[in-house]
Each structure stands twice: as structure tokens, then as C-alpha cells.
Design a protein around this ligand. Structure first.
Ligand code: NZQ
Ligand code: ZN
Length: 398
């Protein structure tokens, strides 16, 4: 196991009816900007529930900013950042999924990057994003009300921002972006379309794989925890498809997705993230849901990098898929585990090839070009996945 420091200050408030805790969690005299997406927060009544909780005590001043897109747009977020400055906002409350929470983290980080006229500087904010926002030393406080279990953004300090004009979808991360708290009320996920529920299960699954399917460093805690999270998703994904009203299943999926990317299973171990970086370019170029880009790319990453990932692929086959038949050779065991993974994604109605989303190998060159433009040229746990490797991965995914 490698040396590490693990720090995660996020208070998680889990369970049905917990939105009312906002009256204790948000400072009583706060000037709050509630941020949300394209309409689900209003339609589901969650936004009203949040506003009622904020007005139940104290003398908070509350503003709203709606319209944060799935794959949140840079330009939209700068408008929210201007609102932060215009109204002296000192607390951001994100109500939504990864897009709203990520977008609000970015707003919290860039609001102080203003021009003389007080508006947030587009150039400074873009420079910040292209350097991962790591050099920003102040941020507006942020809390979250999660409405879709998927990304783990509710309990981490990272995010991803889309800048369509520049055909860029870039990750960022800064400890100042940890939410002070996140409320996880599983009943809020009942209004999700099946597509989004399945996306969430797949995104969480691939988060675990990015931090697990690398090479062994004898990290028994992280490996056992990761394998358990994978097995829970393999069980609960089909279960929630069959019985969407089952609250126990909803609770376990919600908590698994949070645990999949709150840093715990990734601490002290090598991490890959090739699947995600290639996936981001697919979303940016073809507006494919984030999770669906991952289910297309992961199986090909597993096949193309089979040699360097061999030991963990065999461990994955044994401990997650129970492939313990010793008289089979390693290649057969590994291929069976990869096929099982593809079948799991298919069972959830998710694509496993570019063809499944009506793309063919003509899509590959533009993706390679974008990877190069975004300096995604040394990906993976060994930093060796260059553009040729990414091209071979995509060739396999056609
Ligand atoms: O926009 P609204 O109207 O709210 O609708 C949303 C959106 O259309 C809808 N939705 C959310 N909660 C709902 C609901 N509909 C009905 N009932 C509810 N309770 O679902 C759609 C998708 O929402 P979104 O927030 O985009 O989904 P998700 O949580 O999967 O977030 C995806 C974004 O997170 C980023 C992705 O790149 C993508 O931009 N990621 C963030 C990460 C992080 N911070 O650690 C890591 C991930 O790998 C990922 O990259
Ligand atoms: Zn993801």
C-alpha cells in the first residue's frame, strides 16, 4: 500500500425526510443561492421542500439559480458566479445530481476571479479550469441535496465542467470544493427515469474499477471494500430495475455510489481513469450520457490493457464474479470476467460498443484529436496510455 493522507470533511445526512435538517445545517443568517438543474427539482417538489426548510428558522436571505445543464456548461456557471457577487452570497446550496453539484463547486471556486467591473473573468475562470482549479485559495461555502445517486460528487472535492464552444469537458478538484454537508434522501430518487437510475449504477461501478483495476499493492482494505461495492451494484442494479419502489434497494445504491468516489477506496493505491478521460471526449463530442460513455469504453480498456492489469483482472474474476474454476487458463478466466461485465451493463440497458450508440470508427479520429488537445496523452496507472493506446481501445470499442 502506498503512503497517503485521507481527508474528507463532508457531513452526510442520510435518510427519508432529512431535508428539514437544512434549518440546522445552513447558517441562520446566510445569504443563500440555491442552484438547480433543468426542472426536476421544481417538478418533484424538492425545491419547495428545501425553501421551506431554510425559512423554518433564522433569517436567511434566499436566491435561486436554475438551468444548470446535465454536463454543466462553463458559460451558464459564470452567470451563477456573477449572481454570487451581485447578491453577496455566502452559501451555495446545490439541489440535484452531479451536474448541479459539480457546477456549484466550480461557481464556489471561481466567483472571486473578477474583472474590474466586478463580473467574473471568463479568461481567468478558463485558466483556472485548465489548471484543474488547484491554485484557487478561496471558495464560497457549499452544501448539497442529492437527487441522483451516481457520481459521488456529494462527498468529494472534484467535478467536471463542459465548455461547448471549446469542445472541452474538463475535470477539476480542490479541497475547498468539499461540500460542508450533503443530504441523501433516497426517496428523492424515486422520480428518476429508469435511464438515469441505470446511468448512476454504471457510473458508480466504473468509479470503483478506475481505482481497483490497476496492479496489486497489497491494499487489502481498499481491495475488499472495492470488491464489495462492485458486488452490491451487480446485485442492486437489476433489483432496482425489477422493483423501482423498493426503498432498501434505493438506499443501498445511493450509499454505494457515494462510497465509490469519496476517496476511501482510492487512497494509497494506483488509479487508472483512462475510461473516464476517453469517455469525457465522447460526451463532449456526441452528447452521450456520461455513464454510457463509460460502459462503451471500459470493456475495451480491460481487453487492450489485459497484460498490465492481469493480476487485478484475475482477482476481479475470482472475488467479484466467483470464477474460481482452476482448470481454466488465465486468458479464458479474464475474458469471461469481461463478458460478464458487458452482460451486466447490457442487463441495465446500457451500451457496450460505439455501434450501440450509432457511431463507427469515423468517430475515433476526432476523439483522439480532442484527447491530444486536452493533454490526455499519458493516461492510466502507469501514465503510459498514449494516443496510440487510446486509439486501440477505441478500435476495440467499435
Ligand atoms: O436537470 P434536471 O431537470 O434536474 O434533470 C436531471 C438531468 O436531466 C435529472 N434528474 C436529477 N435528479 C432527478 C432527475 N430527474 C428526476 N428526478 C430526480 N430526482 O437527471 C439528469 C441527469 O442529471 P445529472 O446531474 O447530469 O446526472 P449525474 O448525477 O450522473 O451527473 C453527471 C455529471 O457528473 C459528472 C459527469 O461528467 C457529468 O457532468 N461527474 C462528476 C464526478 C465527480 N464530481 O466526482 C465524477 C463522475 O465521473 C462524473 O464525471
Ligand atoms: Zn463518472
Amino acid at each position: 500500500m502506498n503512503n497517503f493522507q485521507y481527508y474528507n470533511p463532508v457531513r452526510i445526512v442520510f435518510g427519508e425526510g432529512q431535508i428539514e435538517q437544512l434549518s440546522d445545517l445552513v447558517p441562520t443568517d446566510a445569504r443563500v443561492l440555491i442552484t438547480y438543474g433543468g426542472g426536476s427539482a421544481q417538478r418533484t417538489g424538492t425545491l419547495d421542500e428545501v425553501k421551506d426548510a431554510l425559512s423554518a428558522s433564522g433569517n436567511r436571505t434566499v436566491f435561486e439559480f436554475g438551468g444548470i445543464e446535465p454536463n454543466p456548461e462553463f458559460v451558464t456557471l459564470l452567470k451563477a458566479a456573477d449572481m454570487v457577487n451581485e447578491h453577496n452570497i455566502d452559501f451555495l446550496l446545490a439541489v440535484g445530481g452531479g451536474s448541479v453539484i459539480d457546477g456549484s463547486k466550480f461557481v464556489a471556486l471561481v466567483a472571486s476571479l473578477t474583472e474590474e467591473d466586478g463580473t467574473v473573468s471568463r479568461d481567468q475562470a478558463w485558466d483556472a479550469l485548465t489548471s484543474y482549479c488547484r491554485n484557487i485559495d478561496s471558495a464560497v461555502d457549499l452544501g448539497a441535496v442529492l437527487t441522483i445517486p451516481a457520481t459521488g460528487s456529494e462527498m468529494n472535492s472534484g467535478g467536471v465542467v463542459n465548455y461547448s464552444e471549446r469542445q472541452a469537458k474538463l475535470p477539476f478538484g480542490n479541497p475547498l470544493a468539499f461540500p460542508k454537508f450533503s443530504i441523501l434522501d433516497p426517496t428523492k430518487t424515486l422520480t428518476l427515469p429508469e435511464r438515469q437510475v441505470m446511468n448512476g449504477v454504471a457510473d458508480a461501478f466504473v468509479h470503483v474499477m478506475e481505482q481497483y483495476l490497476t496492479y496489486p499493492v497489497n491494499a487489502k482494505v481498499q481491495d475488499a471494500f472495492a470488491e464489495s461495492l462492485l458486488k452490491i451494484l451487480i446485485e442492486e442494479g437489476p433489483a432496482v430495475k425489477k422493483d423501482p419502489e423498493n426503498m432498501e434497494t434505493r438506499k443501498n445504491i445511493m450509499w454505494t455510489a457515494t462510497m465509490a468516489l469519496n476517496g476511501l477506496i482510492g487512497t494509497g493505491v494506483p488509479q487508472d481513469w483512462t475510461t473516464h478521460m476517453v469517455g469525457h471526449e465522447l460526451t463532449s463530442l456526441h452528447a452521450i450520457d456520461h455513464a454510457r460513455t463509460l460502459t462503451i469504453v471500459l470493456p475495451s480498456v480491460m481487453r487492450e490493457l489485459k497484460e498490465s492489469k492481469k493480476e487485478k483482472l484475475l482477482q476481479y474474476a475470482r472475488n467479484v464474479w466467483n470464477l474460481t474454476d482452476t482448470d481454466q487458463d488465465d486468458d479464458t478466466i479474464i475474458e469471461t470476467a469481461i463478458v460478464n461485465t458487458e452482460n451486466f451493463f447490457r442487463e441495465l440497458g446500457l451500451p457496450v460498443s460505439l455501434e450501440d450508440v450509432d457511431l463507427d470508427n469515423a468517430a475515433i479520429d476526432p476523439i483522439i484529436k480532442q484527447l491530444e488537445a486536452h493533454n490526455m496523452v499519458k493516461l492510466g496507472e502507469h501514465g503510459k496510455n498514449d494516443l496510440d493506446v487510446s486509439r486501440r481501445i477505441l478500435d476495440r470499442a467499435v
